[in-house]
Design a protein around this ligand. Sequence first.
Ligand code: DOR
Ligand code: ZN
Length: 345
Amino acid sequence: MTQSLTILRPDDWHLHLRDGAMLAGIAPESARHFARAIIMPNLVPPVVTGAQAQAYRERICAVTGPAFTPLMTLYLTETTDPDDVVAAHQSGIISAVKLYPAGATTNSASGVRDFNKVRAVLEAMAEAGIPLLCHGEVTDPEIDIFDREAVFIDRVLDPIRRATPKLRVVMEHITTANAVAYVQDATDSLAATITTHHLVINRNHLLVGGIRPHYYCLPVAKRETHRRALVDAATSGDRRFFLGTDSAPHADDAKESACGCAGCFTAPNTLSILAHVFENAGKLDQLEGFVSQNGPDFYRMPQNDRTITLEKSATPVSYPAKIGTGAGPVTVFDPGFPLYWRVVD
Ligand code: DOR
Ligand code: ZN
């Protein structure tokens, strides 16, 4: 008998949709399965004002139509105006503010170098209940790339949270057991998103037997013990962990290069992969919490009332290896194992 699973429609609490021809090519892949998504502001130039967020939202909606709701964010810079942030939030244009340490990842050059310069914005956000979404990696060249998340917790995140205890924070795309433990030990003003790809790959997948550019992302995948800690957290039922795919498309020629870009494009097959991961952990009953309930609860938004149904087939399901866009083909994340679950409705 075919196994099927109907759950509340999922949301993606961390998504890159880009702009122009790339946006037009890849946004339908998220809109097909997800009701809402938190949209990252790291365009070139970045989305730094409420007016820019509103214009970007309109460009997204023109592609996806009304069934998909983009939840906009502002890119925090050292010159961000606290009043603009609060006004954009009060008028419903933005749902959160994104912190990129300068130089941490793709298009992060305008990010924050001196955290003292954003104190006033963070205070205003704490008062207004606006979540701060952290790319949690230090950029100190002395710090090894595999340690950058753990050091960020000690050097940046913990001091910010101590100085501004009311601030609601999401540590984005966590990759370490250190981050899992930090969230578990914190109050419920702190939550974390976990990506699909970090539940599946460790650093061996990236580097053993040849370098795999489509597995390169930031934060970079860590060793297997960390991947297991992420699976345990995601499937635990702890409401502070929820899905943020960090699906981050780059055209293939930008990935398959001597200096390839960071980002895994998981939008088309994320739900198939997650059903597989949760089933393998014996926790299929926790999938709905992770993809559809914990996120809106943290963001103080209603859960979706529409549903989605997944079905498990006896033979592997197919998905496109690449999505063609006007900005070039984009390779879809290959989990490295066959998938049996697919979204049917
Ligand atoms: O792998 C990543 N890609 N990590 C990020 O933080 C940014 C993203 C992108 O924009 O390509
Ligand atoms: Zn991201």
